[in-house]
Design a protein. Structure first.
Length: 191
């Protein structure tokens, strides 16, 4: 029986949200990051059209957020479609091109609430890589995966982080990549 591929974001069920979250928790653990964030391109769009689909944090950030009585960003931001220059730049850069954001610089494209989440938690660095699905001439950049850290890491840590992002976002054997292409109508620019 053939599986019907579902649209992003409307076809993502609570069960699939949990699967995606579990992947992000694994990435958080492997990367020793403070937070992991994933956006996917809206189904049917070949130009950048970001949809927020996941966010996980380390225990210290979870505790700080809970102490401040703030909701889990993975839940309250799910489905957000706000514009992001970093998403556009990462998605259009193709595979194996890392981008970074240092949050102590102004970023006017974000609203105050989304801009404040990481810097307010003293997390000032994010490393991004495009998520790539398909093979051969059917490869597409379909979203972004990022790991947030307190500060820009040294070169050895950065190299390790890049390996984790590459394995999860661009490797055809990646459980995340396979889950996305086997369950959803992923779309984005060809790479």
């Amino acid at each position: 029986m053939a599986t019907t591929l579902k649209s992003i974001p409307g076809g993502i069920t609570p069960q699939e949200f949990i699967v995606l979250r579990d992947f992000l928790v694994q990435i958080l653990t492997e990367s020793n990051g403070k937070a992991v964030v994933m956006r996917l391109n809206k189904t049917g769009e070949t130009n950048p059209c970001p949809v927020f689909v996941g966010w996980v944090e380390d225990q210290a950030l979870v505790d700080k957020r809970a102490q401040n009585n703030e909701p889990d960003p993975g839940l309250f931001r799910f489905g957000d479609t706000n514009y992001s220059t970093m998403y556009n730049d990462t998605l259009l850069a193709g595979h194996a091109v890392f981008k970074e954001k240092i949050w102590n610089r102004p970023y006017s494209e974000k609203d105050d609430q989304s801009k404040a989440l990481l810097p307010d938690a003293d997390v000032l660095y994010q490393r991004y890589l495009g998520i790539v699905t398909g093979g051969g001439s059917n490869r597409h950049s379909v979203g972004t995966l990022s790991v947030a850290l307190t500060d820009r890491p040294n070169n050895a840590t950065l190299n390790s982080l890049d390996q984790v992002l590459t394995r999860w976002a661009t490797d055809s054997a990646s459980a995340l990549v396979n889950f996305l292409q086997n369950n959803f109508l992923v779309s984005g620019p060809a790479v």
